[in-house]
Write a protein of this length. Structure first.
Length: 201
């Protein structure tokens, strides 16, 4: 004996249309968007830090850079991470003042006011030069390259490739060790500048 099918009444087209219109309206509300949880579970996004709101929706995501990952794994001190962030902030100020690609366009009779550097940019440039001089030549060159890449590209790029190019280190553990040592050297350099005081930096 065959199974008896339950009788269903055909859905009202007007009810379906209203439901779809409500779903479309809800999807257009930014407060309902959140972030794609499935995308965050992909292996390529393992270095993304997410934050959820009270309802459990993912509302903020930030890709961790190599310095965050080292610090989270206990391989980099908080002081070294803070020093790197200070250097990155100054390099970002210099890039913002440079005016991007347009600044490379050739100009005739360029006055000092056309350079895009104000007092804040000049102070950032002086601090960067002084702290890198105290960091040590190899560490300074490596950190400058990484921070420049981050400011220009918006992310650090292939940090292992940059470390290998700058230092010649091919082993993965060695590349991490070289970078961590450079960050710790930078922290010491900032400590020296801070001890000197603002009038001497």
């Amino acid at each position: 004996m065959g199974r008896r099918r339950s009788r269903t009444h055909p859905a009202d087209p007007l009810v379906i249309a209203r439901r779809r219109a409500a779903e479309r309206a809800q999807s257009r509300e930014p407060a309902n968007w959140g972030l794609d949880r499935e995308a965050h579970r992909l292996a390529a996004n393992a270095d993304i830090e997410t934050r959820a709101d009270a309802a459990g929706r993912t509302v903020r995501a930030r890709r961790l850079d190599v310095f965050d990952l080292f610090c989270a794994r206990g391989r980099l001190s908080q002081g070294a991470l803070d020093a790197v962030r200070r250097l990155q902030a100054d390099v970002a100020v210099l890039h913002a003042r440079a005016g991007g690609v347009a600044a490379y366009a050739e100009r005739i009779d360029r006055s000092p006011s056309d350079c895009g550097l104000d007092e804040r940019g000049l102070r950032a440039g002086r601090r960067t030069a002084k702290v890198l001089a105290l960091t040590g030549q190899a560490s300074a060159r490596l950190l400058a390259v990484l921070c420049e890449a981050g400011a220009a590209l918006g992310h650090g790029g292939d940090w292992r490739g940059l470390v290998q190019r700058e230092t010649g280190e091919r082993l993965a553990d060695g590349q991490g060790a070289v970078l961590r040592a450079a960050c710790e050297n930078l922290a010491v350099a900032y400590a020296i500048l801070d001890r000197r005081g603002p009038d001497r930096t």
